[in-house]
Design a protein around this ligand. Structure first.
Ligand SMILES: [Zn+2]
Ligand SMILES: [Zn+2]
Length: 351
């Protein structure tokens, strides 16, 4: 799997590029409710092998896709956390571009019932009444459980609470694997090469001396793989401990600070502190906060979360993460000066 890195004007600093990772995550927009100078509206892309999953598509996502270097290629699956406008308005422009200018063979959009109803209305404006089935767009109803699977990973959804019905989070889980134990292979006199590869793949082999070796003889116990838990807007964290349990990377909103927790409650959001407590109590390895409000400085959000859960990052637009078992890395950090709260004229309620 490769990630096309950003064009030179956006390459700011490469913190670390590690080994191959199954999951890569690119943030396209990290602002709550309305864009700011430095943050677009919610959108991210998770890449697993040849698959790309966009999660949410706020206004301005098309340009962020281009700025990230990802472009429109292989963009055929869009998952929606919920139907608020700051998470779906970019679908109109993106679908228009894909439909008119880029080769759009199939675009699968996944969401809850009320989310899809809103998206359906948006697509009817873009393509005309009744045209959705003719332009390659498929609206897929999300229900909790596994929605996508290949031999390396599974993608499942789970319900989250926010304002309104049909809000979902997403769990990308690498399938468990049994490690190959070379010392056992040595003891059995199994020569290096294709025979060991077959055994590592779980297939029995017959050696030249006639012995049949079963994979169980050289494989260790199954170990869980990498786990990426991605959530958008949420109002309560109680039910989220289970899906977030021991995630190598947990992504979740942090729209407010604890000082404004009554506001958070009133608008169906959580605070950076609540996100950090979830990460700590669920045994998460790394926490990444997004959907941040323009009313705060990034340092304030980070400080509140890190006091509870030190392994916290506040995502910037165009940040890239790689997620492996027991290790999630920020491989490219988009940097910008942030002199203060970005806009005094913030919206009263963050969507
Ligand atoms: Zn919302
Ligand atoms: Zn939102």
């Amino acid at each position: 799997m490769t990630v096309t890195l950003s064009p030179p004007h956006l390459v700011t600093s490469v913190i670390h590029v590690g080994d191959w990772a199954l999951f890569e995550l690119v943030f396209l927009g990290t602002s709550a409710s309305a864009p700011s100078v430095h943050r677009g509206l919610s959108s991210a892309v998770v890449m697993c092998n040849e698959h790309r999953f966009m999660i949410d598509c706020g206004e301005g996502t098309q340009r962020q896709l281009l700025r990230s270097g990802l472009g429109f290629r292989r963009l055929d699956k869009i998952l929606l956390t919920h139907g608020h406008l700051d998470h779906i308005l970019g679908l109109g422009g993106l679908a228009s571009t894909l439909g008119r200018w880029e080769a759009l063979e199939e675009l699968n959009i996944y969401g809850g019932m009320s989310t899809l109803a809103r998206v359906n209305g948006l697509m009817e404006v873009v393509f005309g009444p009744g045209q959705i089935p003719n332009v390659g767009i498929e609206l897929n109803l999300l229900e909790p459980g596994v929605i996508f699977e290949d031999k390396h990973f599974s993608l499942s959804t789970f319900p989250v609470q926010h304002r309104g019905p049909d809000c979902f989070g997403f769990l990308f889980a690498e399938k468990s694997r049994r490690p190959f134990l070379p010392q056992k292979a040595e003891a059995l006199g199994i020569p290096p090469g294709p025979v060991r590869r077959d055994l590592a793949a779980g297939n029995p082999v017959t050696l030249p001396d006639g012995r049949t070796i079963h994979p169980d003889q050289v494989l260790g116990d199954a170990q869980r793989g990498a786990k990426l838990c991605f959530m958008g807007d949420v109002s309560h964290t109680g039910s989220l401990h289970k899906p977030a349990h021991e995630a190598d990377l947990l992504v979740i909103e942090a729209t407010y600070l604890d000082a404004d927790k009554e506001l958070a409650k009133a608008h169906g959001h959580i605070t950076a502190g609540a996100a950090a407590r979830l990460a700590r109590n669920a045994g998460v390895k790394q926490l990444v906060l997004h959907h941040v409000s323009r009313r705060y400085r990034m340092q304030e959000i980070l400080a509140e979360a890190q006091a509870i859960f030190p392994e916290t990052t506040v995502a910037n637009d165009l940040d890239i993460f790689q997620i492996r078992k027991d290790k999630a890395l920020l491989v490219k950090r988009a940097q910008y000066a942030e002199p203060g709260a970005e806009n005094e004229e913030y919206a009263k309620s963050d969507a």
